[in-house]
Write a protein that binds this ligand. Structure first.
Ligand code: ATP
Ligand code: MG
Length: 217
């Protein structure tokens, strides 16, 4: 399961555990991204995101965290990570990439989408009623390689959690307790990011002030 994990939250964990159970997986490997080329600005330090992922997954014996992407210099691509993961394992393994259904669309913009689908099958977490099938038809080579997985709750997002911290709203029950404590201890997300949801939206016809970014890593 790849992600920025800025921060990791219960949506990620529910999706991972449901995939483990539904697809009878031996292991779920969480791979926090190094410097995500889709979100290059304002992402928290890789080491903080890595530690939060370790804290969140520590209690599940099937969950592990990989440093593959964060230790990689330069931009990382999903297809390369999947190849490296495969190379690290002895023998032939069946590899799945767990993702939210919204992120399936991004496959179209990934490097070598056909190679991604050749390396791994996709498990797309979707809420009941989401029309994944019409999405899959747009991706060449996706038929039979993309599996729908319904999970009950998809409303939690990292961007919403960051915005909540910035305005002092509670994040308890949205993230594991240890992750909430780490966020407060490190002082993460205190400043709202330009790309994150704002506390009070501006009326559509008024010019919006640009809030300070969270800085470039
Ligand atoms: P952001 O709001 O910053 O985009 P995010 O909550 O989407 O963060 P990411 O780290 O970008 O988290 O997501 C990693 C993966 O987890 C993606 O495939 C995404 O679709 C999926 N995902 C995110 N939130 C959920 C959720 N609530 N339930 C299931 N999957 C999720
Ligand atoms: Mg996202």
């Amino acid at each position: 399961m790849g992600g920025t994990f800025d921060p990791i939250h219960h949506g990620h964990l529910v999706a991972a555990e449901e995939a483990r159970w539904q697809f009878d997986l031996d292991r779920v490997v969480f791979a926090p991204t190094g410097r995500p080329w889709q979100k290059p600005v304002g992402v928290s330090p890789a080491e903080d995101r890595y530690l939060m992922t370790v804290i969140a997954t520590a209690s599940n014996p099937a969950f592990t965290v990989s440093r593959l992407e964060i230790d990689h210099e330069g931009p990382t691509y999903t297809v390369d990570t999947l190849r490296r993961l495969r190379a690290q394992q002895p023998g032939d393994i069946r590899l799945y990439f767990i993702t939210g259904a919204d992120a399936v669309l991004q496959i179209l913009t990934w490097k070598e989408p056909d190679q991604v689908l050749a390396q791994a099958e996709l498990i797309a977490a979707t809420r009941p009623g989401f029309d994944l099938d019409s999405l899959v038809k747009q991706v060449p080579g996706a038929a039979g390689r993309v599996h729908r997985m319904e999970i009950p709750a998809l409303a939690i997002s990292s961007s919403d959690i960051r915005a909540r911290v910035a305005r002092g709203a509670p994040i308890q029950y949205l993230v594991p307790d240890g992750v909430a404590r780490f966020i407060h201890k490190q002082g993460l997300y205190r400043t709202p990011a330009a790309s994150d949801p704002l506390d009070v939206p501006n009326p559509p016809d008024s010019p919006s002030p640009s809030p300070p970014g969270r800085g470039i890593q």
